[in-house]
Design a protein around this ligand. Structure first.
Ligand SMILES: [Ca+2]
Ligand SMILES: [Ca+2]
Length: 96
């Protein structure tokens, strides 16, 4: 898992690359289990009923809940709620 706290972007200007001003938004990246398609909770490359089942099992949870599933927190706001369900529904049937 990678927490982004600060990033440095440089352009390719030779011989003195210039810093590209940008804003870093702290988020989390999970290598290997990251969903290529938003809503692919189980990471199998397809957004389908199994992802909806996982999301519903974690519904209305937060990181301190016993049923918390970080993969079901699609928008990464530390809560599994209707907004995550909306994202899943919007990508339903999509494949990576
Ligand atoms: Ca899936
Ligand atoms: Ca969420």
């Amino acid at each position: 898992m990678l927490h982004l706290q600060d990033t440095l972007l440089l352009d390719n200007t030779y011989p003195f690359p210039q810093d590209i001003l940008h804003t870093t938004v702290d988020g989390m990246v999970s290598a290997g289990t990251s969903a290529a398609v938003p809503g692919d909770v189980n990471g199998d490359g397809t957004v389908d009923i199994y992802d909806a089942i996982l999301l519903s099992g974690a519904y209305s949870s937060n990181p301190s809940s016993p049923n918390w599933n970080p993969d079901a927190d699609i928008n990464g706001d530390q809560s599994v709620d209707i907004y995550d369900a909306i994202i899943l529904a919007g990508h339903y049937g999509e494949k990576a």
